[in-house]
Structure formats: C-alpha cells, structure tokens
Design a protein around this ligand. Structure first.
Ligand code: ZN
Length: 499
C-alpha cells in the first residue's frame, strides 16, 4: 500500500472519531483507484473499524486502543491517544472480524424463510450479490462452493468463507448467512468442510446411489408401506411392491452415508446449528415423485431432519442458461415435489438454479417459502461481462485459454455445448464482445472453463487470475451493479421480492 494512501487513512480515522457510523462523512475516494467503504464502518468498544482498498490491495483499519483493537492483527501506522492499525486482507484479519462482529461468521439459516445460495469463484462477488438480494425475503448462503469448484479454482474452503466474511462486513449486512460445502460425496469431505467453517452441508449421493455391494436389507418399516397411497397435488402415488423394491435398490445404500454425515454435523455444530441438504440432482434420470416421498419418509423415520432435498427435475437444468424442456410436465412434478417438502417440513432444493427465468415463477408458486435455490457460475459470468466491456485484450486472452481448456473442462460438467458451437464467435469488433455473454453457447463455454482460465499465464505476465482480480478491483462498482441487477431479476422471478 502506498504511503500516501496510509496518510489518507490516518486522517480519515481522525475525522471519523467526531462522527458516528451511518452519519455524514467525507467522500469515499482516497486517491486514484483507492477508497474506503462507509458501509463497512462499525464502532465497537470505543474503536472504529472499517475497510479500504488501494488498487487490488484491501485492508482492515482499526482506530483506537483497547482489548478489541488488540485482537486485530496488522501494523500500527499512527500512535498517540488514538492509534491507527492497518491489516492487509488475510485469513487472520477475517478471523478477527468474525471474533469482533459475530454476524460476519456463517451460521444455520432460519428454517421458515426461503433461501438463496450464491457461489463466488473469485472471492469478490459478495457485495454485489448482497445488493441484489438483501432486501428480499430470502435468507442467504454466501460462502458456497463445491469440492469440484475448490479443486478447479485452487482455493481452500476456509478462503471461501473468508471472502464472504469480508464482503458481508464491507456491506454492513448483519442478517446472518450460511456457508455451503456443496456436493460432498464422502464422510471425509463432510469432516473437512465442517472443519473449514461450513454450516450448510450438501450431500451428493452419487457414489452410493444404487450401489449393490452396500445394499442393506429392506427395513420392515419400508416393507410395510406396500399398498399405501398418497394424494399429492392432485395426483395419486401408490407404493406397489416393484416400486418399493426399485426405491430400495437405488436409495437403500445411501442412508448410512446420510446418517453418518448428520452425526458429524451435529458433533461439529450442535443441534440446530447446521443445515443438511440431500441432493440427487446430478443423476441421469428425473427423480420419481414416489422415490422422493419414500426418501423423505425413511429420513423422517430415522430422525434425520434435513433443511432441503434437491431432486433431479424433468428437463435440463444446465449451467448458466435457461430451462430446456417441457414446462407443463415440469410444473406438474414440481407441484408434487413441493408438496412432499411442505408435508415433511423442509425446503425443495433447486440446483443449477441460475438464469432459469422461464420457470422461476412456477417454482415460486409451488415452493413458496419452502424453496432453496442455488446459483454458482453465473456470478463468474457477470465478472467476465465486466472484462469484455472494459478490457477486450484480456477478454480475448481468456477466450483463447477457454478454447484450449474446453475438452478437459467438459469432463467435469454436463452441458449441451460443443467447441464447434462457439468457434469464431469472438471474431467480432471489441465493442460487441459483451454480447457474447448473452449467447447460451458462449455462456456455457465460459462457465465451465474457469479452472483452465484461472491457472493460465496472462499475456502481460502473472496469471489470468491476477489480471482478472485487477480488472475487477478497477471496475468494482460496475461489477457490483451488474450482480445487483442480475440477482434482482432472479428474486423477482421467484417471487422473493414481495413481502
Ligand atoms: Zn447440484
């Protein structure tokens, strides 16, 4: 950080001492591409705490003395009656924020509100996401990352939580948020993510679904459901012997994993201190409503209280683009899945939920307050939209890298796009590059190749990841504004905006 910047921080700290957080303060500008965040300013135990940035370098500033100030790491840059300390962005600085301001630490979500999850692969999207969603009915999950994304971005889950803590503090968002360790397939992954701070554990059953070698005998309680029928959303579901056997063959091997994960969560977070989601959204076939009902029944019998279940819905929920499929069939099945969730008292989980504008209203209608929607890569695409508009050369370097890495990236994601669908599409004048972010094939192409992009070298030295961070720091307001508008559209479509 430049010494001129440090000087400005010291005089700002003196100025703030005569005012109160939220009161009138001077401009947030602290020089070229340097600023502080008035929304972050808090006063606690006689000290002032706020965030600032000098270029890409972000810092936490503490003015005043006392035990609270002593808990914050960093360098003393002004002494005297009201010393000023500056701590660069670090895991220690984030931990200090969580200790001083508990609302910057993740926690379990309120059970009777709809919820909305946002992924942030670059660690700088939280402020914009909050601006788009904080005035809705939804409880928010902000630190959400799958093991696949952690591997591809080279980040640790603790870093993901830190980024959310920082963003929440920057915006002064005190309503609380969840931290979702997404798509966890083994008990070891559950343990590791709980250790790293997750409060919301999403189980991906794909390793045990239908696993013949670990199929336990069908319990009597399941056998006794034979011949039962249920009336759900105007449809009649009936459990005949074949259906029961089919259900048990597929789901029977999953209960040991779910039960073990639930015990691990309870040990780590205590009763009521966590959220558990069961997801089967990445399976080959749509989840049969009867299977969902039997799964819910068996979980309830075992005393496992889930926050949500995410079925695989009919049609295609591909990443970053709108719904593909028969909307009438989808609505019929969503109505049944939602009623099952209502009856058992959990939420219907909707994965790959970004950009499904055509079907948001039907999810809102049937899910109501029992809905948990997840989005991830769409915030990354909004970042690329900023780059396309502000640095065409960097965007073209990203495009080239995506082209090269696409065959490898495809192994991780199910999408309908092939390389031929995007070839030549970037051969347009610079001014038209942002339009590529409105093209489904280009969106998917850029959505899944982030791992290949982030680790690649940049033409001007460093990595593309560094260049992206620099661009987004320079265009911070633009990125936040784009995210705000994008997530408002999501909330409006889902009916989360109305009270
Ligand atoms: Zn999923």
């Amino acid at each position: 950080m430049r010494s001129e910047f440090i000087h400005r921080l010291v005089s700002l700290a003196a100025e703030l001492a005569d005012s109160v957080p939220g009161g009138k303060t001077s401009s947030e500008e602290l020089g070229p591409n340097a600023r502080w965040y008035a929304s972050s300013w808090q006063r606690a135990g006689g000290i002032d705490v706020f965030l600032a940035r000098d270029g890409v370098e972000r810092c936490l500033v503490v003015a005043g003395a006392g035990p609270e100030a002593a808990r914050v790491p960093g360098e003393v840059v002004a002494t005297g009656e009201r010393p000023v300390k500056v701590a660069a962005y670090s895991s220690e600085a984030c931990a200090a924020l969580r200790a001083l301001f508990p609302w910057t630490a993740p926690r379990a979500l309120p059970k009777h509100r709809p919820s909305f999850g946002c992924g942030d692969r670059l660690g700088v999207a939280t402020p914009g996401q909050l601006r788009g969603l904080r005035h809705t009915r939804a409880a928010l999950v902000l630190a959400q990352q799958s093991v696949r994304e952690l591997t591809l971005t080279g980040r640790s889950y603790a870093e993901v939580v830190d980024a959310a803590t920082w963003g929440v503090f920057q915006e002064g968002y005190q309503e609380g948020f969840g931290a979702d360790g997404d798509h966890l397939k083994t008990a070891d992954e559950v343990r590791a993510l709980l250790d790293a701070g997750a409060t919301f554990i999403t189980l991906d059953l794909s390793l045990c679904l239908g696993c013949a070698s670990s199929l336990p005998e069908m319990p009597d309680a399941v056998r006794r459901l034979e011949g039962n029928s249920w009336e759900l959303a105007g449809e009649r579901l009936e459990a005949n012997p074949d259906d029961l056997r089919g259900f048990w063959r597929v789901y029977g091997p999953t209960f040991a994993f779910i039960e073990e994960a639930d015990v691990l969560c309870r040990q780590a977070r205590g009763v009521g201190g966590y959220d558990l989601e069961v997801s089967v959204d990445e399976t080959a076939h749509a989840t049969r409503p009867l299977d969902h009902l039997l799964l819910a029944t068996e979980l309830a019998r075992r005393g496992i209280a889930v926050t949500s279940i995410a079925p695989r819905f009919p049609g295609e929920f591909q990443k970053g683009i709108d719904y593909i499929g028969d909307r009438e069939r989808l609505e019929r099945e969503v109505a049944i899945h939602a009623e099952i969730a209502h009856r058992f008292g959990y939420k219907l989980g909707v994965h790959s939920g970004s950009d499904k504008f055509a079907v948001f209203p039907l999810f809102g209608r049937h899910g109501g307050d029992r809905l948990h929607v997840k989005t991830a890569g769409t915030s990354w695409l909004e970042a690329l939209r900023v780059v396309a508009a502000t640095d065409p050369a960097l965007f073209r370097a990203i495009w080239t890298q995506a082209t090269e890495g696409f065959p490898r990236a495809r192994e991780y994601y199910h999408i309908g796009t092939s390389l031929a669908d995007v070839t030549g599409k970037a051969d347009v004048p610079d001014s038209e590059l942002p339009h590529l972010l409105n093209d489904d094939a280009c969106r998917q192409f850029l959505h899944i190749t982030y791992g290949e992009i982030l680790k690649a070298p940049a033409p001007g030295g460093g990595t593309l990841s560094d260049a992206l961070q620099e661009n987004l720091a320079q265009n911070e307001a633009r990125y936040a504004h784009g995210l705000e508008a994008h997530f408002r559209r999501h909330a409006d479509g889902l009916g989360l905006t109305s009270s």
